[in-house]
Ligand binder design. Structure first.
Ligand code: HEC
Ligand code: HEC
Length: 511
């Protein structure tokens, strides 16, 4: 179980240290023809846009060695005989970690999700990197760029309830003044950010909530930090009333989609060069435009590296004949939205569509986030330094469409659970909506225990909502009744025969 410890500081550093990104009908047909075929005609094409070219090799180096987080836990504390164990528990908990071949210096032996670097003030620190959410285990190995579907953000992060390290205690660990200040800055930012990012279920990602919080606490024009929220932004419903428990559930997408997508995020709202949103992700310690500009330079190369990430090949046996039967099913029912695939990448196509929400019919919250629920934050973002690099267009300006992008399906078999909110545990269930469980729980978090038949992680369907389960079981339960967690829509597989679905599933393993 990847349960995170209730650390000394009562701060799950995983979230604290990172920050994240974005804020981010029904399926079927009106025509009486085969459901799904033709629905792509409702989609609008999102055009390619220019971005600053960088060096991908340097990007890999930067991603795994540099200080784009700009702050961290003093390296001295990390290395300390006694406090070091606590620092390790705080940063990685008992998450499954490994080292990455090719890393050098202080980073050589660090857990994959940490970077050691020097801050602008010259303090040696260690902090989480993007892989905390963007590298995952599959079949016992770490897969670079695969969304981490087992990160645990459910810990009780009631700010202030934890023991804090006093300056005196830190000094007794031999930390100097600058190091103590570095540590306390991180601790206090964490106490502000964390309560807003607690999730209900292991694997649920707080990226959206984190982004919201980072915007609320930074001055839009100067990026100066404030412990108190600077704008009175509430997450509201269609009628303007506040949403009671606005936890937006997300599922980190694999990085190998980046080179095909002209707009990023599930709802396609991030337009233009993508450095802006990546930087917002790491802005927890940024206090000035100057600092943001310094961090921005790291992302020119990181972005170039992300564009070189490709999906791994399916590691188990594939029934080639069955997969070949699935190819025409895919071409007829799916390719219009998801593109075409080939062993020769130059022959592939990807239409870059934005499908209206009422056409795809999946959970509306993420598509509506910047339109209905928190329009003030889109304005904040677009007017900020970050918005000068990447625009947020929650409503496509050309067409007025609000919806989701059909993602490229490369390596889709590795990315369970499915849909933008991770509400559907297996591909088999995604292709037959009548079988999707309302309440379910993963049987384990063992990446060696992949279900090759249903294509996803072993899970059990439950009879009762999460709130009625024993407290210890609750963090393992996905409850589709919550706001942002519906498993509805995308019924394009429903019209297929069981035989067609089986063949299509086999075909999807070849992507
Ligand atoms: C706390 C977890 C978390 C961290 C840390 C994080 N991300 Fe993400 N990232 C996400 C989630 C969740 C999404 C999906 C958001 C959405 O589309 O609505 C995402 C989306 C993205 C996308 C868009 C992909 C697509 O297909 O549209 C890119 C690119 C990305 N992240 C890069 C990064 C980089 C680079 C870093 C490090 C600087 C980073 N992320 C740090 C969780 C995280
Ligand atoms: C009309 C366009 C359209 C058609 C046709 C369509 N899809 Fe999709 N698909 C989408 C959109 C939009 C999403 C994203 C929905 C979301 O995440 O809320 C999606 C999501 C998915 C996902 C989940 C990806 C993830 O991130 O978890 C899979 C898998 C998928 N589609 C497979 C298929 C297959 C197989 C077919 C053919 C039977 C198909 N789709 C037909 C539009 C379409």
């Amino acid at each position: 179980m990847p349960n995170r410890p209730r650390v000394l500081l009562a701060i799950p550093w995983t979230v604290l240290a990172s920050g994240l990104l974005v804020l981010g009908c029904r399926g079927g047909d009106d025509t009486g023809l085969v459901a799904g075929s033709g629905d792509w005609e409702h989609g609008v094409t999102l055009p390619a846009e220019p971005f600053e070219e960088g060096d991908p090799d340097q990007g890999w180096e930067t991603l795994l060695h540099e200080g784009y987080m700009s702050c961290g836990v003093p390296w001295k504390l990390w290395e300390h005989e006694v406090a070091g164990t606590a620092a390790e528990m705080m940063l990685v908990g008992d998450a499954e970690t490994t080292t990455i071949p090719g890393r050098t210096g202080r980073n050589e032996d660090l857990p994959h999700m940490l970077n050691a670097f020097d801050t602008a003030e010259g303090v040696e620190v260690v902090n989480l990197n993007c892989l905390q959410c963007h590298a995952g285990m599959f079949n016992g190995s770490l897969v670079m760029g695969l969304g981490n579907a087992t990160a645990d953000f459910t810990g009780n992060v009631d700010a202030g309830s934890g023991i804090t390290f006093s300056d005196e205690l830190l000094a007794s660990f031999d930390l100097d003044e600058a190091e103590i200040a570095e540590f306390q800055k991180l601790a206090s930012r964490g106490a502000t950010v964390l309560p807003a990012t607690q999730m209900r279920t292991i694997g649920h990602n707080p990226a959206e909530m984190l982004a919201v919080t980072l915007m609320l606490h930074h001055d839009r024009d100067t990026l100066a930090w404030s412990d108190e929220p600077l704008i009175d932004a509430v997450i509201v419903d269609h009628d303007g009333s506040p949403i009671e428990d606005p936890v937006v559930t997300s599922d980190p997408p694999p990085w190998w989609r980046v080179h095909k997508k002209n707009a990023l995020f599930y709802n396609g709202m991030a337009r233009g060069d993508h450095r802006g949103t990546m930087m917002l992700a790491t802005s927890v310690c940024v206090d000035t435009i100057e600092e943001a500009e310094r961090v921005d330079r790291f992302f020119v190369d990181i972005q170039a590296y992300l564009r070189t990430v490709r999906a791994p090949a399916y590691p188990f046996a594939i029934d080639e004949e069955l997969a070949a039967d699935g190819a025409p099913v895919f071409a007829e029912h799916c390719a219009g939205c998801h593109g075409t695939y080939s062993s020769d990448e130059s022959e592939e196509t990807y239409p870059n569509l934005l499908i209206p929400l009422d056409v795809v019919g999946t959970d509306p919250v993420v598509a509506n986030a910047g339109v209905v629920h928190a329009p003030d934050l889109v304005e904040w973002y677009n007017e900020s330094f970050y918005g000068s690099i990447t625009r947020f267009e929650p409503v496509d300006l050309e067409s007025g469409v609000v919806g989701y992008m059909p993602p490229p399906l490369d390596g889709i078999w590795a990315t369970a659970p499915f849909l933008h909110n991770g509400s559907v545990p297996t591909l088999a269930q995604l292709l037959d909506s009548s079988t999707r469980p309302e309440f379910w729980s993963r049987d384990n978090y063992d990446s060696d225990d992949f279900d090759e038949v249903a294509v996803g992680w072993p899970h059990s369907e439950l009879d009762t909502p999460q709130s009625e389960a024993a407290e210890d079981d609750q963090p393992h339960i996905y409850d589709t009744q919550y706001w942002s967690q519906s498993n509805a829509g995308h019924t394009y597989g429903d019209v297929l025969t069981p035989g067609q679905r089986e063949a299509l599933l086999e075909y999807l393993k070849t992507l």
